[in-house]
Design a protein around this ligand. Structure first.
Ligand code: SF4
Length: 241
């Protein structure tokens, strides 16, 4: 599957019935049914063709002029319709662009990727984002904490768990989502470990094999070897599955 990009949109060629358009700014999905539009969209996204009809439609969505009510003309005529009414299998939350390690092979610019600056997500933005997904999608099955090194933002992890506990209590959601974290495992504090245990987190830990190899490759920000810290934190805390 090839994801095609154009300005604030991603486009995925679907089956014979519909293609998928994704508006990045509002995390909204649209299905494109109409064959003429489909050809136009594909031409714009694949070959940078200038198609006024498609540009107009993208502009409408971008400026929120494109209403997608159940009975709107677009849906009735099966041209294009909003398609957020599905369950999100996994919502990945990038909590920070900071990392506490300086691995020699780092592929992620030490958590920065292409971001302009090192930053953590604020609790307000996190809650706004979670509310957005609760409001606009059917359900969320799993949450994955990602970064940078997400355990540096353990308070935001705690806030996320509390957010979902409240959703259950208030009847807005039926079940707690599954939680997962991708971590280097060297800065997990006791409170975070307790949360991870209590909510049965799926933990993906990066470790570079035997101690001598790991120590050649992985250092903390002060260029110190960190394997002992890793061992102290992890050993005895979790079942390895
Ligand atoms: S743990 Fe290592 S590889 Fe992962 S983001 Fe940090 S420095 Fe890069």
């Amino acid at each position: 599957m090839n994801m095609l990009a154009h300005k604030n949109f991603l486009y995925l060629k679907g089956n014979d019935n519909a293609d998928i358009l994704f508006h990045i700014n509002t995390s909204s999905f649209y299905r494109i049914y109409d064959p003429v539009f489909m050809r136009g969209f594909r031409a714009v996204f694949e070959n940078n063709v200038e198609d006024e009809n498609v540009f107009k439609k993208l502009e409408e969505i971008n400026n929120k002029d494109f209403s997608c009510l159940v009975n709107c003309t677009h849906c009735k005529e099966r041209i294009i319709s909003k398609a957020n009414n599905f369950t999100i299998h996994k919502l990945a939350l990038v909590l920070t662009s900071k990392c506490n390690l300086r691995c020699k092979y780092c592929y992620a610019n030490y958590g920065m990727y292409d971001y302009d600056e090192e930053t953590d997500i604020s609790e307000d933005i996190l809650v706004d984002g979670l509310n957005y997904f609760m409001d606009n999608f059917k359900d969320i099955e799993n949450i994955q904490f990602f970064g940078g090194e997400p355990s540096l933002c353990w308070k935001q992890i705690k806030r996320t768990v509390e957010f979902f506990k409240y959703q259950i209590k208030s009847g807005r959601k039926k079940e707690m989502p599954g939680f997962g974290i991708v971590t280097n495992g060297v800065c997990l504090n006791d409170e975070l470990i307790e949360i991870m245990r209590k909510y049965n987190f799926q933990i993906t830990i990066s470790l570079d094999g035997p101690e001598e190899i790991n120590n050649e490759l992985r250092f903390d920000v002060n260029k110190k070897v960190n394997i002992r810290l890793f061992e102290r934190t992890i050993r005895g805390s979790f079942k390895v599955g």
